[in-house]
Ligand binder design. Structure first.
Ligand code: ADP
Ligand code: MG
Length: 312
């Protein structure tokens, strides 16, 4: 459904996108994951015909977006990073306006009603867009992408700036769209792609560094066993005892202290659960453990792990 080959976009000597290729089949939900400046928006803007590429080919539904932008755009619904909303229109005026510029042929009343229902904006349909909250504006942006019922949906950072409740709602909405559409979304949040996508393409400095099923990236993340453990006791002795526990790969002080307790970061060997041994070792010395928390990986650490894995 989507095919990108050797795509390059440079601004002078700066390569925003540096020789990217991938294919996405019908019905997939693919996450484009990468830190700010990775090249996600540039790729999406090229794919949707908003930006020209320096070289390479982008095809949607077999249509070359550069050669045939008008035809290609018809099958794409796009939510750009900055949704193109007209603040002085009401939601309905705006949706009707989009319906017209897209030359939509579906039954207007019925289709717009459906779109409003899916995106849950029915109750604000007569409000001016400028008076809507960020969450509602984002939904109106999504609604505009859905008009015409395009088979391919492309969302650039759809949950940026939303509160946690709104984030969950938008993620559910995207997951539901995935049942009947091909979806690409970009994000710099690992848990977002994990919860929504079947497949993850990780992009960094304009290059693809991983393209895998979500499960295999999740495995890489879960492979990491690190804990912050808060223990009351003499710091040097506690540290030495921790280091002596079988299965503990490393232990160090985090610098965080609170009255008589210090927090230690411990890393365990692969496949070893050190939580019970740590508990027994500390209780033997009567050093109470008052906190035990798994430490998640951030995006940079995930990158390093994945690149390690790829180079092996
Ligand atoms: P992302 O969406 O992943 O945050 P972008 O695709 O927006 O990344 O940007 C990729 C890189 O290209 C960044 O380093 C950005 O500064 C650069 N870039 C994007 N647009 C322009 C432009 N119009 N002129 C110069 N550099 C740009
Ligand atoms: Mg971006």
């Amino acid at each position: 459904m989507i095919e990108i080959s050797n795509l390059v976009k440079n601004y002078g000597s700066k390569f925003a996108v540096d020789d990217i290729s991938f294919k996405i089949s019908k019905g997939e939900i693919v996450g484009f994951l990468g830190p700010n400046g990775a090249g996600k928006s540039t790729t999406m803007n090229i794919l949707t015909g908003y930006l020209s590429s320096t070289s390479g080919v982008a095809k949607v539904g077999g249509i070359d977006i550069l050669e045939n932008p008008y035809e290609a755009k018809k099958i794409i619904g796009f939510l750009p990073e900055q949704p193109p909303l007209y603040m002085d229109m009401t939601v309905n005026e705006y949706l009707n306006f989009v319906y017209e510029i897209k030359e939509c042929k579906l039954n207007r009343k019925k289709h717009l009603e459906e779109v409003r229902q899916v995106t849950k904006i029915d109750d604000v349909q007569n409000r001016l867009i400028k008076n809507l909250s960020k969450g509602y504006r984002q939904r109106v942006g999504i609604a505009q992408a859905l008009i015409g019922n395009p088979p391919v949906i492309i969302f650039d950072e759809p949950t940026v700036g939303l509160d946690p409740k709104q984030i969950i709602e938008i993620r559910n909405l995207i997951r539901n769209l995935g049942h009947s559409h091909t979806v690409i979304l970009s994000t710099h949040i690992l848990s977002e792609v994990q919860s929504v996508c079947d497949r993850i393409i990780i992009i960094n400095e304009g290059k693809i560094i991983a393209d895998e099923k979500t499960e295999s990236i999740t495995q890489v993340v879960e492979d990491n066993r690190r804990y912050n453990v808060k223990i009351c006791g003499p710091q040097r002795e506690v540290l030495n005892t921790l280091k002596g526990i079988s299965g503990v790969l490393s232990a160090e002080l985090t610098g965080e202290r609170e009255l008589d307790s210090y927090t230690y970061l411990i890393e365990s060997e692969r496949g070893v659960d050190v939580r019970k041994p740590v508990f027994y070792a500390m209780s033997q010395k009567s050093w109470p453990i008052i906190g035990f928390e798994a430490v998640g990986m951030n995006l940079e650490e995930v990158f390093i792990k994945i690149m390690d894995k790829a180079s092996k």
